[in-house]
Structure formats: C-alpha cells, structure tokens
Design a protein around this ligand. Structure first.
Ligand code: LMR
Length: 328
C-alpha cells in the first residue's frame, strides 16, 4: 500500500514537473533606479521586449524601475544573491568593486558623449566590462545617459560659487574629491533620496543629467542649473557571472542579441531624451538654466583638475591616457 502511494506520488511529481518545467519560462528580474521616461528606463523595456521575442518565450523579463525593488545600496548584493538577474548601475557606483571604472568620474575627462562612446567601444573599455569577473559580476554592455549638469539654489558660474555648499553625490570617492576641490561638502546619498534632500535642504545642490533632473523633478527644488557638462553618467549592464555562464548557449546568444539591440536603441535615444528634458525644464520656468562662457568653463576645469593626479595611481595612467585619446 505504502509502496503504491509512493509510486503514485512520484508519477504525479514527474507528471507535473516534467512538461511544466519545459514550458514555464525562466524569470529574469531587471531592477533599476530611474524613471521609465529616461534612456535607461526605455532601454530596459526594449530589452524585455526583444529578449522575450528572441527566446520564443523561454524567458520572461520583469522590469522594476524607480528603485521599486532594490535601490542603489542593495542592487549589487541582490545580483550576487540571485534575487535579481540584471541591473544597470551608473558607472560611479562600482567604487567598492574596482577602482578602474572610477575613471569615468574624472571631471572634464571626456569632451562629449561621442568620446565616451569611442572609449567604451575600444579595447580598454571592453576590458572593463570583464574587470569584476573575479567578484562574480559580468558587464554585458554600456548604456549611455549623458553629460552631467550642476545645480543649486543660486547661480553656479565660477567654482567659488560652489564654496561652502553641500552637494549630493553618488557613492564615489572621486566625486567626493571633486566637490572637496571646490571647497564644497559632498554628501553620498541614494538616488531615491535626492529629491527630498533637496526639498528639505539637507543638501544644497546636486549634479545629474537632464533626463534625471527632469524625471525626478529636481528642477522644481533647484532654482539654478548650470549647463556644465563636467562629467558623464553612463551605465554598465551587469549580471551574476556564474548565473550567466550557466545558461544554455542558445539562450545566452538570444539574450546577447536582445542586449545588443537594446543598447543600440538606448544610445540612439539618449541624446534626444536629455535634450527634450532640458527643453521641458526651460519651458517650466521653475529653474533658470545658465551657460558658461569659455573663461568661466576654464576656471571649473582648472579647479577640478587636481582630482586626476589624486586618483591616477588607483585607476592607472594607461586607462586615463586611453580615455583622453578618445576625445579626438
Ligand atoms: C544617480 O544616482 O544620480 C544616477 O546615476 C541614477 C541613475 O541610475 O541614473
């Protein structure tokens, strides 16, 4: 009697697990911290659409925007633990895992996003995607956002204007040094906390791209924004390396194809979304946008430049040289 119950039970289990397992899709969770109407927000949705299409439904991608599932502090840990499969943190947020990627935070390193693109596509940039493999993180792609602008509740036209102000920064020691260099006070804060910190005055200012300043409504609580283009906010799409390497080859190929195409779409729309966001901020009248004269810009470059020498040892001169070379 007992035997037949066991036999029945195992048939039931086989019956259920066999075909059901073959049919049920692999769920991929993609978590990020920005709004959907940003380059990263749109690209994550594009990846979902293409990944589900190319794998013929073998995977189901769930996208969680706006720090809904995990915020800055927890997302890397969540990938390590397998709680989420894809994330795309800003390049400033890998500080804890490698100093090399901090390269991207050096002020006035890249002239524009095209130079950033050339560097990322070159050998040095591609090697960086694999630079955290020993820590079990693998970079699959870079996604552009754009150049950073600096804001406060007063015009920031020369470096002295920032003196004594407290600025929210991402968790990066280079960004901390950049503001210390100005005689300002850097404050590391998760992205999801920035609006409130600006609103209640815990911090006086911040630096970000137009699309983030617009979609997070920072412009409503910042009277002045300087179009400084003093740095870049870009992303690395990162997965758990062991999980990725354990996927069947055909699935990996399909996901890679979806990622490559989503990357292309991201990089095509990033400039446009930032430009549109800037126009909307301008039209709102909530915040005044300031341009720098050539002399004013030169002063910011000079004031921030000592940061390069401070971090050259940690990043590596070769890498800095390769980045500088991408400007031409
Ligand atoms: C920030 O934390 O300021 C941004 O980099 C967030 C993001 O992912 O764009």
């Amino acid at each position: 009697m007992r035997k037949s119950i066991l036999a029945l039970a195992s048939i039931a289990v086989l019956g259920l697990v066999g075909p059901a397992a073959a049919q049920s899709p692999i769920v991929i969770k993609f978590s990020h911290v920005v709004a959907e109407n940003t380059p990263k927000g749109q690209a994550a949705l594009k990846f979902k659409e293409l990944a589900e299409k190319y794998t013929g439904g073998k995977v189901k991608v769930e996208v969680y925007p706006n720090s809904q599932l995990f915020g800055d502090a927890k997302e890397m840990e969540a990938v390590a633990l397998g709680d989420v499969q894809f994330i795309a943190p800003s390049l400033s947020k890998f500080d804890k895992f490698t100093k090399k990627i901090q390269l991207f935070d050096l002020p006035f390193l890249f002239n524009d996003i095209d130079a950033v693109d050339r560097f990322q596509e070159g050998k040095a940039g591609q090697d960086l995607l694999k630079s955290m493999e020993a820590k079990n993180f693998l970079g699959l792609a870079y996604w552009h956002n754009g150049m950073k602008q600096i804001s406060a509740n007063k015009p920031l036209l020369v470096p002295e204007d920032a003196k004594g102000l407290k600025f929210r920064i991402q968790a990066s020691d280079i960004l901390a040094a950049q503001f210390q260099q100005l005689g300002a006070v850097p404050q590391k804060l998760a992205f999801s906390e920035v609006y409130q910190a600006l609103q209640v005055g815990t911090v006086d200012g911040q630096e970000n791209t137009w699309s983030n300043i617009f979609s997070q409504k920072f412009y409503e609580v910042q009277k002045d924004i300087t179009e400084s283009n003093h740095g870049v906010i870009d992303y690395m799409v990162v997965v758990n390396a062991k999980w990725w390497n354990g996927l069947p080859k055909d699935l990996q190929d399909d996901l890679k194809k979806a990622m490559d195409e989503a990357t292309k779409v991201n990089n095509e729309i990033a400039n446009k979304l930032n430009e549109e966001a800037k126009q909307k901020i301008q039209a709102s009248g909530a915040s005044k946008i300031h341009q720098l004269s050539a002399e004013q810009r030169a002063k910011w470059v000079e004031a921030m430049k000592p940061v390069w020498a401070k971090f050259e040892g940690a990043i590596g001169k070769d890498l800095i040289d390769a980045a500088v070379a991408s400007n031409k």
